[in-house]
Design a protein around this ligand. Sequence first.
Ligand SMILES: CC(C)(COP(=O)(O)OP(=O)(O)OC[C@H]1O[C@@H](n2cnc3c(N)ncnc32)[C@H](O)[C@@H]1OP(=O)(O)O)[C@@H](O)C(=O)NCCC(=O)NCCS
Length: 177
Amino acid sequence: MAGGDILVRSISIDDAVDFNRLVGVVARERRYLRFLDAPSMDRTVDFLRESLAAGNPHLGAVVDGELIGWCDVCRHSFEIEAHVGTLGIGLLPEFRGKGIGKALLDMTVAAAERLDFQRIELTVFSDNRRAIALYETRGFVREGVMRAAARFGNEYRDVVVMARLAPSLQSEAALAN
Ligand SMILES: CC(C)(COP(=O)(O)OP(=O)(O)OC[C@H]1O[C@@H](n2cnc3c(N)ncnc32)[C@H](O)[C@@H]1OP(=O)(O)O)[C@@H](O)C(=O)NCCC(=O)NCCS
C-alpha cells in the first residue's frame, strides 16, 4: 500500500464517479461479479441515491485519498424480507490479500446489524476461494449451490448462496432445529 493509511468511511453520493470506476474495474475482471462492466453513471447515481436514502450501509476503503474498495448491504424491498439485506464487496486487485476486505466486511456487517438487518445474504462464485474463506470466518454459512447459474462465454459457473444470521436469530434458528 506504499505506506498509505487505510481509512474506512461511509460512501456518499459525492463518491458516485469513483464508486462507478471501482466497480467497473472489478466487473471487467469477469471473475467475481454478476455484471461484466460498470453500470452507467446515471444508474450508479440512482442506485446510490436510493440506497443511501433507504439507510443502507455503504462503506468505502480509502488509501491515499483514492477509493479502493466498497462494501454495502442493501435491504430487500418486500415487507416479509425487510430484515434481509444483500451484501456486495470488492477491492481493486492491487489491494487484495492485505486484510482490507476483512476490516471492511467487519465494519459493514456491524453497521448493518446496528440497523437491524437480521439476515445478511450473498452469492459468490464457487471458485472464489478467497471470498468464501473470508465469509466463513465472519459467520456466513453456505446454504446451497445454484449449479451452472452463471455463464461467462462458454464457461458455466456454480454460484454459492451464503448467509449470516444476527445473534438474535441464530438462537431462534437453533431452537427451531
Ligand atoms: C474478496 C475480497 C473482498 C477479500 O478481501 P481481501 O482484502 O483480499 O481479503 P483479506 O486480505 O482481508 O483476507 C481475508 C481472508 O481471506 C482468506 N484469504 C486471503 N487470501 C487468500 C487466498 N489467496 N486464497 C484463499 N483464501 C485467502 C483468508 O481466510 C483471509 O483471512 P486470514 O488473513 O485471517 O487468513 C477481495 O479479495 C476482492 O475484492 N476480491 C475480488 C472481488 C470479489 O471477489 N468480491 C466478492 C464477490 S462475492
